[in-house]
Design a protein around this ligand. Structure first.
Ligand code: 5AD
Ligand code: SF4
Ligand code: FES
Length: 361
């Protein structure tokens, strides 16, 4: 451990793993200094502008069985739905009218040819509806090179695939040990999205059972080494109808998971100054002001939910997910206020591409 002061540490441009651990464990005044440095870095490198990405939770059907997730295949309770084409296009038109900077289409993981072609068709239609003016992001799990290329050709520009944890050992404790849930396979898809020219997003969960603070430091190093463009990180939140629920008594208290997530965001902002970092919904599940706090800690992207209200209760990845009873308009108004409370302005009508992606090119 070096004996430089915390202030000196924050001036460094490259952190070692030990230094990241020191930042993650900071308390009191040091913790405040960390958040102040992150806020300053955000202001300087990406500005106090927050981009809205309209989130469409297209379908909760999933072929996978992740041990933490409320819509895993073997959970019989969620009513399974897929939005109709018109429901998707209505959500798209709403986002376009409201001048959101982009759209995220998310769903469980399905690999059938029918599903792949359906997404392709929708992408082409969305491009028409929005005069090619909206950036489209996909978050549809692990897919083949051919599929990812097909979707890219149809107009998708960004791809989100969380690695969930950068530790293969921990990954194997959170997923069934089969080909469908293979860490290396997932990493390869992430690499593929990069090769195909997508802006690439990833992220991890924080406060998982068996997860150590070293794992979290490694996660940050992973995101830096991968040179990621966009990040979404959130606290792990238990769900009673999942296998990991049995470990609920061994977890950190939710408030500590929340605090660690804020620190992860702040440290990452300092490490990777010009990337896009999301203020995730899971933050608000733990703390009513969670998303504002994440913006203050360095996040610059927020995802207002566009999913029709009638479906929302069936897309419960974790318990206490907010915005279950709201419609798109309510989330928009609510988040507009939250962004202002955090001292930021909304980048309406701007794509808000990852500056990191542009700078790499
Ligand atoms: N708690 C927090 N995040 C979760 N996710 C899935 N289940 C949970 C949970 N119980 C996250 C995963 C996934 C994303 C869509 O939602 O990181 O990649
Ligand atoms: Fe399916 Fe994603 Fe949930 Fe895993 S985390 S079960 S892939 S929706
Ligand atoms: Fe959905 Fe506040 S963000 S109601």
């Amino acid at each position: 451990m070096s004996n430089i002061s915390f202030k000196e540490l924050l001036q460094k441009i490259f952190f070692s793993k030990e230094e990241i651990l020191r930042l993650l464990e900071s308390q009191g005044d040091d913790r405040q200094l960390l958040f102040a440095k992150a806020a300053e870095t955000k202001k300087e490198f990406v500005g106090n502008i927050v981009y809205f990405r309209g989130l469409i939770e297209y379908s909760n059907r999933c072929s996978k069985n992740c041990y933490y997730c409320g819509i895993r295949r073997e959970n019989p309770f969620p009513h399974r739905y897929t939005m109709t084409d018109n429901e998707v296009y209505d959500a798209v038109k709403y986002a376009y009218k409201e001048r959101y900077s982009s759209l995220v289409i998310q769903s469980g993981e399905i690999n059938s040819q029918k599903y792949i072609n359906q997404i392709t068709k929708m992408l082409k239609e969305i491009r028409e509806i929005t005069n090619k003016e909206m950036g489209i992001t996909l978050s549809l799990g692990e897919q083949s090179e051919e599929t990812l290329q097909q979707w890219k050709d149809a107009g998708a520009r960004r791809y989100l695939l969380r690695i969930e944890t950068s530790s293969p050992e921990l990954y194997s404790k959170l997923h069934p040990n089969d080909k469908l849930h293979d860490y290396e396979g997932r990493l390869n898809v992430l690499r593929l999205t990069r090769q195909l020219g997508y802006q690439v997003g990833s992220g991890v969960m924080i406060g998982l059972p068996f997860q150590t603070i070293e794992n979290l430091a490694d996660d940050l190093i992973f995101l830096r080494d991968f040179d990621i463009d966009m990040v979404g990180m959130g606290p792990y939140i238990e769900h009673s109808e999942t296998p990991l629920f049995q470990y609920r008594d061994s977890l950190l208290p939710q408030t500590e998971r929340f605090d660690l997530t804020l620190k992860m965001i702040a440290i990452l902002r300092i490490m990777m100054k010009d990337i896009n970092i999301a203020s995730t919904t899971a933050m608000q599940a733990i703390d009513k002001m969670g998303r504002e706090k994440a913006l203050k800690a360095g996040a610059n992207v927020i995802m207002p939910n566009l999913t029709p209200q009638k479906y929302r209760k069936n897309y419960m990845l974790y318990e206490d997910k907010p915005c279950i009873d709201e419609e798109a308009d309510q989330c928009k108004n609510c988040l507009s206020i939250r962004v202002r409370l955090a001292g930021d302005t909304i980048g309406f009508g701007e794509w808000g591409d990852s500056k990191h992606f542009a700078n790499r090119k």
